[in-house]
Design a protein around this ligand. Structure first.
Ligand code: DX5
Ligand code: ZN
Length: 227
């Protein structure tokens, strides 16, 4: 099968109802989500805490698309096995999480998951160059990680274009995470992104009981990206 570079919208459950994640995921998928983005934070690598492998495992049966797990944790290696056992489809580790990102990505693949690498706004894009053959996705942070609802950092757009050139023909997705909405999506996709994570912009105005707003939000981002 050829590599799928069609646009994918990945709602981040960070913006959903923490007491009702299973229904939130099902609602999002019924409304057109392509992947489900799951933000794991440790209160150390980022100044916020979310949840760990047991939550990912509990969510697993609700996700029928792809469970895209963004690990904002350091260290990463001691937890890879637990997240793989929780049946995450992809584990994305930060290039800044240290100390050995190359080893971390190898370990993720060895545990049977797709491997992704994420990069913060303050890190030169060249930092991911040595690992592009070990991943199927680069997650370009367009906010500093830790919280939803932050403003998109505009200076990342030319960096996305640069990454697109660095990737060349490799089967590697470019995912954008942070401040993506119908105003910023178009510039990300024009620069070469094919996966858009959306937290606040995807969940705004809806709920698992009234999911139509989720569909409207996803369509608005998709339409803006195609324009
Ligand atoms: C930020 C997380 C994002 C976050 C995006 O640290 O990695 O996935 O949920 O939220 P919005 O779309 O609201 O910026
Ligand atoms: Zn994320």
């Amino acid at each position: 099968m050829s590599f799928d570079r069609n646009l994918k919208i990945a709602p981040s459950i960070l913006a959903g109802d923490f007491a009702d994640f299973g229904r939130e995921v099902r609602a999002m998928e019924s409304q057109g989500a392509d992947w489900i983005h799951v933000d794991v934070m440790d209160g150390h690598f980022v100044p916020n805490l979310t949840f760990g492998p047991p939550m990912v495992k509990a969510l697993r049966p609700h996700v029928t698309t792809l469970m895209d797990v963004h690990l904002m944790i350091a260290p990463v290696d001691p937890y890879i096995e637990a997240f793989a056992e929780a049946a995450a489809d992809r584990l994305t580790a930060h290039v800044e999480a240290g100390p050995h990102i190359h080893r971390t990505l190898q370990a993720i693949a060895a545990a049977g998951c797709k491997a992704g690498v994420a990069i913060n706004p303050g890190t030169p894009m060249d930092a991911v160059a040595p690992v592009l053959d070990l991943v199927d996705l680069v997650c370009v942070m367009t906010v500093n990680p830790g919280f939803g609802g932050q403003s998109f950092i505009e200076s990342r757009v030319p960096e996305i274009a640069r990454l697109r050139e660095m990737i060349g023909d490799r089967p590697v997705h470019i995912e954008i995470d942070g401040g993506v909405d119908s105003k910023t999506a178009g510039r990300c996709v024009a620069a070469g992104a094919d996966v858009l994570v959306a937290g606040s912009a995807a969940f705004r105005g809806g709920s698992a009981d009234a999911p139509e707003a989720y569909g409207k939000n996803i369509r608005a981002i998709r339409d803006a990206a195609a324009a």
